[in-house]
Ligand binder design. Structure first.
Ligand code: CDP
Ligand code: CDP
Length: 222
């Protein structure tokens, strides 16, 4: 692969498997725009909840989504989603959003509202002079960028992941979110065929990143 070519790195996995931490480090190492698509689902969920829209009320979800103007703000190496000109804050990590996000994310119209937007982040990365894009989520290697140059799937024991979230001071039902994300019909959480699967239960973040960076570095040199 030529040194100058634009690269797309897709990282999927369950909650607290290490996606965000490893993506951030890879974005610095290889000059990639970091896109945390979970934060997009969280921001939309937070906005719909703020408007009093329930996930079970599909007409209300559709009407609310159709009225939102989505934009992107690049802060450092990270792409932040603007909703009507505003980037959401810490409220997207609240217990309430943790409890509701997988229900909203299972709605096909919600996923459709984000599909083209997420693919468009590659253009944002090019315009801002990045060497490529590292995008993390649940369906990046399977649906958003199935042709990504690198596709990784991170997993870890649920008890270890729950411990990690607790260490971060978060109230989060990881097992329930995994169950909803894996069992939904629209773009379920799944290991994409051909992705490199990494078990992060007993290894440090540095080791995870080194494995990924080694794979990327090798291909870039070839
Ligand atoms: O940080 P954590 O791994 O706990 O979750 P996240 O990446 O912030 O994602 C929050 C939720 O958004 C997930 O539990 C999924 O329901 C949804 N999501 C999704 O459906 N598809 C994506 N590409 C990313 C997130
Ligand atoms: O993005 P995702 O929800 O998959 O996970 P994260 O936010 O990157 O990681 C959740 C927490 O687990 C962070 O505090 C990481 O430092 C920690 N972690 C860890 O201790 N060991 C790993 N191998 C991976 C993550």
């Amino acid at each position: 692969m030529a040194q100058s070519s634009f690269i797309i790195v897709a990282i999927d996995g369950g909650a607290a498997s290490g996606k965000s931490s490893s993506s951030r480090t890879l974005s610095e190492r290889f000059n990639l725009l970091h896109v945390d698509t979970g934060s997009y689902y969280r921001a939309l969920t937070s906005e719909l909840l703020r408007r009093g829209v329930a996930a079970a009320d599909l007409p209300a979800v559709k009407t609310a989504l159709a009225g939102l103007r989505l934009g992107t703000r690049v802060e450092g190496r990270s792409a932040q989603m603007e909703i009507d000109g505003r980037v959401a804050g810490d409220e997207i990590r609240s217990g309430e959003v943790n409890d509701h996000v997988s229900h909203f994310a299972a709605i096909p119209e919600m996923r459709a509202a984000l599909l083209a937007y997420q693919r468009g982040q590659a253009d944002v990365a090019r315009i801002h002079g990045f060497r490529g894009l590292v995008m993390e989520g649940r369906d990046i290697g399977s649906v958003i960028f199935p042709q990504a140059d690198f596709r990784f799937f991170l997993h870890a024991d649920p008890a270890e992941r729950a411990r990690r979230r607790k260490n971060e001071g978060q109230q989060d039902s990881i097992v329930e979110r995994d169950r909803l994300d894996s069992s939904r019909k629209a773009s379920p959480l799944t290991v994409p065929a051909g992705a490199t699967s990494i078990d992060t239960t007993f290894v440090t973040l540095d080791q995870v990143v080194e494995q990924m960076a080694g794979t990327i570095g090798l291909k870039l040199k070839s």
